[in-house]
Design a protein around this ligand. Structure first.
Ligand SMILES: [Fe+2]
Length: 171
């Protein structure tokens, strides 16, 4: 059986758009990793790099899925990410916003697939959901912990170490 042009155009467009969204998310994390790296926050830098790699893995899965369904994946320009934050808590405020948007986006894509009765695409998308929920909760946690330590350098160093260990464990 051929899958040729088996995706509805709206579904294919939504999946293709996700390529840029994942790439943009990765670029923001790469940018944050560099920001953290030059500020001595080596654990945080490692954590951001691991997140960036995760987003690129997601991007590849969308590229493969489109190509496997005979809809050639297309690539568009992505905007340059932000590169300056006043503090780690400010950076993580943006991380939190981004992860919540990514979670909402998964829901929206599943909605589009559902509208077209596309159970295969729904099944493909479902694989991202548990991890995206965990990433969203994780980003909220780090943001809350950074808010708790405020300007306490010792607290920040501890969180930095924790993030480094977390990146090592999942790396
Ligand atoms: Fe992602």
């Amino acid at each position: 059986m051929s899958f040729r042009k088996s995706l509805d155009e709206e579904v294919a467009a939504g999946l293709n758009e996700q390529i840029c969204i994942e790439a943009s998310a990765a670029f923001l994390y790469f940018s944050m990793a560099s920001w953290a790296s030059v500020r001595g926050l080596t654990g945080m830098a490692k954590w951001f790099r691991a997140e960036a790699a995760g987003e690129l893995t997601h991007m590849n899965l969308f590229v493969d899925y489109l190509n496997d369904r005979d809809h050639q994946a297309k690539f568009a320009t992505i905007e340059a990410p932000a590169c300056e934050w006043d503090s780690p808590v400010e950076a993580f405020d943006l991380v939190r916003t981004q992860e919540h948007k990514l979670l909402q986006r998964m829901n929206d894509l599943i909605d589009i697939a559902d509208k077209h009765n596309d159970h295969l695409t729904q099944s493909f998308l479902t694989q991202f959901v548990p991890q995206q929920i965990a990433d969203t909760a994780g980003a909220d946690d780090v943001h809350d912990r950074l808010t708790l330590v405020g300007s306490d350098g010792h607290g920040l160093i501890l969180i930095d170490q924790e993030l480094g260990h977390e990146a090592d464990a999942h790396g």
